[in-house]
Design a binder for this molecule. Structure first.
Ligand SMILES: [Zn+2]
Length: 65
């Protein structure tokens, strides 16, 4: 498997799958949307398990509503 490098902390990491909102993820994509909800552009980031965990906690993505 390919070793990845975290775009946030720059540490290398092995590919992983983390459950987020009942699905699996190991990187992050952010899209820009206009005021009519059309996707204009997007960027993708590789995140290590620690940085992805920090993001999930900060966004409260796995919390029940
Ligand atoms: Zn990281």
């Amino acid at each position: 498997m390919k070793i990845r490098k975290c775009d946030r902390c720059k540490n290398p990491y092995d590919p992983y799958e983390m459950e987020i909102n009942n699905d699996c993820a190991n990187s992050l994509g952010i899209v820009n949307m206009d005021m009519r909800d059309n996707v204009c552009s997007g960027v993708y980031y590789d995140l290590c398990p620690n940085c992805m965990g920090d993001l999930v906690a900060w966004m409260k993505l796995n919390e029940e509503e």
